[in-house]
Structures are given as structure tokens and as C-alpha cells.
Design a protein around this ligand. Structure first.
Ligand code: RB5
Length: 146
């Protein structure tokens, strides 16, 4: 993936700690990151942050986003309501890879209460390094928004 365009990242309180570690990981690897919050462990509604990130990706302001909440479930539900967003909740490397190859996922969703930080980094790196296969998969994903 090109490292020029920032990756937008958002979370709720349940995944704040992991989000901070992920930000540091990405910045260390040279990826510019835009942090849409939340910015502390104070309890918030994950929907507000999911909407911010999904809206920005839906409008093409960012080509890739990462969302985190406790399980990743709430953030996935929110993000996938936005046109053009294909949010993939991944807890393993195979899902991360396939979500790019076949689904051209543009938001990666992670569970802060599910994953350890090293596995989260590996999932993110796999997701960023894998391209969309196109072909028959392009026609298929196009029908999602139709
Ligand atoms: C917060 O307690 C938790 O509900 C949230 O992080 C998320 O897991 C929702 O899906």
C-alpha cells in the first residue's frame, strides 16, 4: 500500500489502549495516521467514532480506515451502514488477507478486548500489504452498493 495517504483510525474507550499502540506501530512504519478519537479511557458511545471514520472513508477523504471497540462488533455494524464502506472484522490473518483479496475491504475492524497487540499488528500489516484481486470479485462487490 502507498504510505502517502493517511489511515484514519477511531475507537471507543474499550479499545483506547490498543488504538494507541497501533498508532505508534503505524507511525513507526512510516504510515501517516489521522486519529479520529476517542482520546481517553472515559466511557463513550462507539457509534459516534464509528460514524466519523466510516463517513470519511465513504466520502473518499481517506482510502483506508481502522476501527476498534471492545469486540469489534458494534463498529462493524455502524461502518457497514455507509455507502462504499466495506468493513471487515478480523481476528486472524486469513480473514485479513481474504478481506482485501476478495472483498476489497476499506475499513479493518478489530476487537480491543479480543486481540493481543502483537496479533493486532500482524493483522494490520497483512491487511495493508494485500491488494484487491479484482476480476470476478469487482463485479460482486459492486453489487453490494447497488
Ligand atoms: C463497550 O463496553 C462495548 O460495548 C463496545 O466496546 C463494543 O464492544 C460494542 O460492540
Amino acid at each position: 500500500m502507498e504510505t502517502g495517504k493517511p489511515i484514519i483510525i477511531g475507537c471507543d474507550h474499550a479499545a483506547y489502549e490498543l488504538k494507541e499502540k497501533i498508532k505508534a506501530y503505524l507511525m513507526d512504519k512510516g504510515y501517516p495516521v489521522f486519529d479520529a478519537g476517542t482520546k481517553s479511557q472515559v466511557s463513550v458511545n462507539y457509534v459516534d467514532f464509528g460514524k466519523k471514520v466510516a463517513h470519511a472513508v465513504s466520502k473518499g477523504k481517506y482510502s483506508k480506515g481502522i476501527l476498534l471497540c471492545g469486540t469489534g462488533l458494534g463498529m462493524s455494524m455502524v461502518a457497514n451502514r455507509f455507502a462504499g464502506v466495506r468493513a471487515a472484522l478480523c481476528s486472524d490473518l486469513f480473514a485479513a488477507k481474504m478481506s482485501r483479496l476478495h472483498n476489497d475491504s476499506n475499513i479493518l475492524v478489530l476487537g480491543g478486548r479480543v486481540l493481543g497487540d502483537i496479533l493486532a499488528f500482524e493483522i494490520i500489516q497483512t491487511w495493508l500489504d494485500t491488494g484487491f484481486e479484482g476480476g470476478r470479485h469487482l463485479e460482486r462487490i459492486q453489487t453490494i452498493d447497488n
